[in-house]
Design a protein around this ligand. Structure first.
Ligand code: OSB
Ligand code: MG
Length: 369
């Protein structure tokens, strides 16, 4: 099969509340949406790079450049028989996993649609609902943090992840633990610390956390291994893990006991599934991470999270946690057992609200075969 055309949409959606991490504040979420068209069918994918090269080096502009100048011309010139073809087509392009993941996701949507299967089943997933939590950004002060956590637990989220940064760590998390003694609680440092901060992690280790996510710099597996050896709490790696080879090395080194899998960070759903399978073999549980996706990226993540080794609640909250007006029908809603329902329709199982997409679009381009 050959594609007829590919459309890119650079969109900007205002977040209901700004989201602060150790690396900065996001107020509006930018994304590049990829819409691929074949005779009689189309597919959608989301590139999760943002406005600023903070979580990763990619931005909406590097994604636009790498897709429009290199990957899209190669895809339009290729015969396609499965989503995995993207790996071969883009093999000569170094890095840029979020650009690759966005177009690969559109291929997964298209091929699962053509197979008449939901993306979840097409990937080999079985679950009908996936367990989720909420990732809470750094708040103005501790009182506001407690209020925010309370609000989410009232909404029904059974697992809370709190973002930390130097100066906003032990005191905040201790206060949350004290206010919610039985809560499934974890933290995410987004690589803001070094081994010099061992005392911080020793103190967090006393707070009965489900995990400590990405405490140290992304490239430093050895220091993560030294840290994990001194903690009871599992270390979870996010930014450090770029592919299945890296995941294998991290497990060999004892650098973590949990891995956060985000398709965008690892170059797509195929690589995400490889990491999932490797972790399953090695007895390491995984969770499905999030990047504040719109309903397009969220639907793909929910499908991925139906694979059996996603044993820990994902960072996949309801659409309304992020956006007043998501661009898909139906937006994801939280069930009373802290789950999201997996769409059963073919493909990603959500459809575009064109009116809202048009309003959110900053730039659009069409590429024809
Ligand atoms: O580190 O997991 C992270 C959002 C943007 C960038 C990095 C991260 C996050 C989150 C949000 O934690 C997860 C979500 O989408 O709800
Ligand atoms: Mg993280």
């Amino acid at each position: 099969m050959r594609l007829e055309s590919i459309e890119l949409h650079h969109i900007r959606l205002p977040l209901r509340e700004s989201f602060e991490t150790s690396f900065g504040i996001t107020r509006d979420r930018d994304a590049i949406l990829v819409n691929i068209r074949a005779p009689g069918a189309q597919g959608w994918g989301e590139c999760v790079a943002g406005q600023v090269p903070d979580f990763s080096y990619e931005t909406t502009h590097t994604v636009w450049h790498v897709l429009s100048d290199f990957i899209i011309p190669a895809v339009l010139a290729s015969e396609l028989s499965e989503p995995q073809d993207l790996r071969r087509i883009a093999a000569g392009i170094r890095g840029h996993p979020m650009a690759k993941a966005g177009i690969e996701a559109a291929l997964w949507d298209l091929f699962s649609l053509q197979a008449g299967q939901s993306l979840s089943r097409f990937l080999g997933g079985k679950a009908e609902r996936v367990s989720v939590g909420v990732s809470v950004g750094i708040q103005d002060d501790t009182a506001r943090l407690i209020e925010t956590v309370e609000n989410y637990t009232h909404q029904g989220y059974a697992r809370i992840k709190v973002k930390i940064k130097p100066g906003r760590d032990v005191e905040d998390v201790r206060a949350v633990r004290k206010a919610f003694p039985g809560l499934a609680l974890q933290v995410d440092a987004n690589a803001a610390y070094t081994l010099q901060d061992l005392a911080v992690f020793k103190a967090l280790d006393e707070l009965d956390l489900a995990m400590i996510e990405q405490p140290l710099g992304a490239p430093n597996l050895t220091d993560h291994s030294r840290l994990q050896a001194q903690l009871r709490t599992p270390v979870c790696l996010d930014e450090s893990i770029g592919d299945a080879g890296g995941a294998s090395a991290a497990i060999d080194l004892g650098a973590c006991r949990v891995i956060n899998i985000k398709p965008g960070r690892v170059g797509g759903l195929e690589e995400a599934r490889r990491i999932h399978d490797l972790c399953a073999q090695r007895g390491v549980p995984v969770l499905c991470g999030g990047m504040l996706e719109t309903g397009i990226g969220r639907a793909a993540n929910v499908a991925l999270a139906t694979l059996p080794n996603f044993r820990l609640p994902g960072d996949l909250s309801a659409s309304a946690r992020y956006y007043a007006e998501d661009i898909v029908e139906r937006p994801f809603e939280l069930n009373n057992d802290s789950t999201l329902t997996v769409p059963t329709g073919a493909g990603i199982g959500v459809s575009i609200r064109w009116d809202r997409l048009r309003r959110a679009t900053l730039r659009r381009a069409v590429f024809k075969a």
